[in-house]
Every structure is written in C-alpha cells, then in structure tokens.
Ligand binder design. Structure first.
Ligand code: ADP
Ligand code: ADP
Length: 229
C-alpha cells in the first residue's frame, strides 16, 4: 500500500537531509507507528506520501500511485485515497460537526444522496451522532478530534495518516481516540501514526518504525517505544 525505495529528502535550507535513503514497505491493513525525536523526519515522511513535498531522490508509491512522478492534475486523486488527522484538529470553525464531515465529500464532487448516507455513518462510527449540529467551539478537544477522524474516514480512504493525533489530549481521551483509529484500521484502512506517546506504542504493540536523523533506526513487527527514553 505504501512503498518508499531509497528515498532522500533534502530541504534547500538545511545541510543534513530530513530523510536519508529510507526504504519501507507497508501492506494493506497494517497499523504502523512512526516514532523518533523532534526533527527526525516523521512529518517529512508523511508529507511525501501526500505529495506535500517531493523527494530529492528515490521512489514513493501510495495506493498504486507513483507519487514522486505524479502530475499536478493527478494529486487530488491521490489525496482522495488518503485521510489525514492532525494534532490541532483543523476543523472549519464556522461549520457544524455534520457540515465539517460533509464538506470533505462536497469538495470532491460527491452527490447529495451519497453525502446524506455517508455522513451519518461516519458520525456514528465516532460516536458523535448526537452532536451533529454543534460547532467545533462547543466540543471538547477529544470530540473535535473525533470529528476530524470522521471527516478523514467518510470517504473510506485506503490510508489514514495521523500526525500526533493525541498530542493535545489527556490520557483518557487519548485512549478513546486510539480505539477509534483501531476501528478505522479494522475496516481495512492502512493506518500510519506519528507519535511521541510511549504509553500508546507500548500498549498497542503494533509495528514501529523509528526514525533518527532521517534514517530508519529500527522497524519492529510488534514493537515498544524503547527502553530508557
Ligand atoms: P519531525 O516530524 O520528526 O519533527 P521533520 O520531518 O519535521 O521531523 O523535520 C526533519 C528535519 O527537516 C528537521 O531537521 C527539520 O528542521 C527539517 N525541515 C522540516 N521541514 C522543513 C522545511 N520545510 N524546510 C527546511 N527544513 C525543514
Ligand atoms: P511538526 O513536526 O510538529 O508537524 P513541522 O513539520 O512544521 O512540525 O516542523 C518540524 C520541524 O521542522 C521543526 O523543528 C521546525 O522548526 C522545522 N521546520 C519546519 N518548517 C521549516 C522551514 N521552512 N525551515 C526550516 N525548518 C523548518
């Protein structure tokens, strides 16, 4: 589902590459943690998958798209296959919960009939059916992140990318969000999550890719965060 082959990314302004000859294969349906200290390349890794950045060299394949060679006009097609969740939720503040989720489908041209069926399903998945008419400002952080997950999931992406999705949440809310991401994963989506949270990684025992200064330090099938860190 995701393949990086000898991928190097050097930003113009820095001396050391943000990613340095990284090769990774992730299968359909896997749940993968990407860990590593700040600056190790986690965000760059994820941005390459979305074609937010271009690799300096190497091949990037996501959901059958050769991302490194993708033409501009094809980028929306790629992004339709990928759902994204961020630390800061990134909801539209003037739209209700329901409208936030529906908007993700409107911008890709889905018809009203599809939207009217898919949005309630996605809100149900995250347990927010009762709050469809609220504004984001009326919700807790955990609830806002659940809206963001519903929005990311509503088009049934093949890949869900979550960049520090629990970074602003307390431990209890974090657990709820992890259960939801597992639920999304069980529907068949490949989930890729960057995190600093030792507890999550050690509890879930999923695949762990650890980056250090742009290199893959470790790639464990059912890893823990690491000892002494
Ligand atoms: P992480 O997500 O693990 O914190 P990043 O991928 O954001 O790591 O950063 C990896 C390295 O690339 C860091 O040295 C960072 O300063 C640098 N970097 C990230 N984004 C840019 C950018 N847009 N321009 C220049 N350097 C960048
Ligand atoms: P995060 O990893 O929290 O999503 P960013 O990817 O924006 O945040 O930034 C990660 C690191 O990359 C930070 O250390 C930041 O200073 C650095 N960085 C981001 N953009 C640039 C840039 N344009 N030039 C240099 N460094 C950058």
């Amino acid at each position: 589902m995701i393949t990086l082959r000898n991928v190097t990314k050097s930003y113009k302004t820095s001396t050391r590459p943000a990613l340095d000859n990284v090769s990774v294969d992730i299968d359909k349906g896997e749940f993968v943690f990407v860990i590593g200290p700040s600056g190790s390349g986690k965000s760059t890794f994820m941005r390459l998958l979305l074609k937010d950045e271009r690799p300096t060299s190497g091949e990037v394949t996501v959901a059958g798209f050769r991302v490194d060679r993708l033409r501009g006009g094809q980028v929306p097609k790629l992004r339709q296959r990928i759902g994204c969740v961020f630390q800061d939720f990134r909801l539209l503040q003037q739209k209700t919960v329901e409208q936030n989720v529906a908007f993700a489908l409107e911008v890709i041209g889905k018809n009203r009939k599809f939207i009217d069926r898919a949005v309630p399903e996605a809100l149900d998945l995250v347990g927010l059916s009762g709050k469809a008419d609220r504004l984001p400002s009326e919700l807790s952080g955990g609830e806002q992140q659940r809206v963001a997950i519903a929005r990311a999931f509503v088009n049934r992406p093949l890949v869900l990318i979550a960049d520090e999705p629990t970074g602003n949440l307390d431990p209890e809310t974090t657990q709820d969000i992890m259960l939801l991401l597992e639920r999304v994963n069980r529907t068949g989506a490949t989930v890729l999550m960057a995190t600093h949270d030792h507890n999550i990684v050690d509890t879930m025992r999923r695949r762990v890719i650890e980056l250090d200064r742009g290199r893959v330090l470790r790639d464990d099938e059912t890893g823990v965060y690491g000892v002494g860190r």
